[in-house]
Ligand binder design. Structure first.
Ligand code: SAH
Length: 392
């Protein structure tokens, strides 16, 4: 039982085999133990245990915190349970767990972890479950890692996923809840901020695609500044921090300032947007690889200054393009010019993982016009390849 009985009166009625076991446990828990029974086994007479060799009387429970009825007479056990209820004292019945107001669990311990099991009052099943949990604890199959707050004066670069607050990792969510300062991007799952207490400082880095409230170097400075002031800082980013997120620059800025920094991966929009549009990036027989590129530079640049569009055009794999909406027509033209068939299926996935998600499909030579007609702008992920239509 997960009760602190240290120095608290626990009355055990009965003094046979079951009572002896219970008394041993209560001695270990440093309870103030009183045993009442007409005949008492010597095994029960332990240090710190008061023994009364007489029948139980209701007033024996005056001042008790817990009663344990373990005689072999159901009538006596019922009387203990009734007297306990009348005094608002919890009572365990050894003969009939369901009749008591408290239950003795089967217990598994591992270091400072205690697991108490009740298997629907079926003792054999309870023990089997307890043993299985014990074995799993010993084998390291259960998450025993201590949950500790991140150190004060540190920065965590947390990938928030594509936007739906449920698509952040468990660790990312926990760090956000534990943060003193959250420095947030436009495309991060901002709904998570609603749950933060007013004491948390929220710093907004950008409200629209082309207008940033803070420059990258100002962001780096604010991360370092708050961490050096002893705060737990979370840099909450859209997708994954290390995929077109400038997380690497923030990492280096922290390192240069001697600030401890960690990264929590997130589900990149490069993966989430196609998936949520029903597009598998690889599919047996259609595509065995995919390439993620940025479309924010002019595709007319030479390959050594940007993306190798001619190379990507001849590769048959799936192409995933982020930040492509301003130059989609140029990109599609470049791919076709260098060898991708104009009929290659393509899709634009706008604001994936939000209630505003929209998907437009067209041939590669028509995708830019189709997106424009549908009014789709950034943020969007473009997918090019036969996989676009495989589940459609
Ligand atoms: N680190 C991010 C990418 C940041 S770059 C990640 O891993 O997802 C910003 C680009 O990501 C946008 O221009 C767009 O192409 C894409 N993007 C981010 N979130 C998106 C979303 N919810 N839906 C569609 N595209 C998204």
């Amino acid at each position: 039982m997960l009760l602190d009985v240290t120095g608290r009166r626990v009355v055990v009625v009965g003094a046979g085999r079951v009572a002896t076991r219970r008394v041993r446990g209560l001695v270990d828990a440093h309870a103030d133990i009183v045993v009442i029974a007409p005949e008492v086994d010597d095994a029960v007479r332990l240090a710190g245990v008061t023994v009364h060799e007489r029948p139980f009387a209701a007033r024996d429970l005056d001042g008790a915190w817990l009663a344990v009825a373990c005689t072999d007479d159901p009538g006596v056990n019922a009387a203990v349970s009734d007297a306990a209820a009348a005094r608002r004292v919890f009572c365990v019945r050894a003969d009939n767990a369901g009749e008591g107001s408290a239950r003795t669990p089967a217990v598994a311990r591992h270091g400072d972890v205690t697991i108490a099991v009740n298997g629907g009052d079926d003792p054999a099943r309870t023990r089997a479950l307890r043993d299985a949990i014990s074995a799993a604890l010993a084998a390291g199959d259960l998450p025993l890692r201590a949950h500790r707050r991140p150190a004060a004066g540190s920065v965590a670069l947390v990938g928030g996923g594509p936007g739906d607050p449920e698509l952040i990792t468990v660790l990312g969510q926990r760090l956000v809840s534990d943060a003193d300062v959250v420095v947030v991007d436009r495309l991060a799952p901002r709904q998570l901020l609603d749950a933060l207490p007013d004491s948390v400082e929220v710093i907004d880095c950008g409200k629209s695609a082309h207008r940033h409230n803070l420059t990258q170097s100002e962001i780096n400075d604010v991360l370092v500044d708050r961490a050096l002031a002893g705060k737990r800082v979370v840099r909450l980013k859209g997708g994954d921090p290390f995929v077109f997120g400038r997380g690497g620059e923030e990492w280096l800025a922290c390192l240069a300032a001697g600030v401890p920094v960690t990264v929590v991966p997130g589900i990149s929009s490069a993966l989430a947007a196609p998936a949520l549009a029903g597009i598998p990036l690889t599919h047996r027989g259609l595509a065995a690889d995919f390439t993620v590129v940025s479309g924010h530079l002019d595709p007319g640049r030479p390959a050594d200054q940007g993306v190798d569009w001619p190379g990507l055009a001849v590769n048959a794999g799936t192409l995933v393009i982020l930040m492509a909406m301003d130059r989609l027509h140029l990109i599609a033209d470049a791919l076709i010019e260098h060898g991708r068939p104009a009929s290659t299926p393509a899709a634009v996935v706008h604001r994936a993982a939000s209630e505003h998600q929209q998907v437009v499909r067209a041939r590669l030579d028509g995708i830019a016009a189709a997106a424009r007609e549908a009014g789709l702008s950034a943020p969007a992920v473009v997918v090019v390849g036969a996989v676009v239509d495989v589940l459609a």
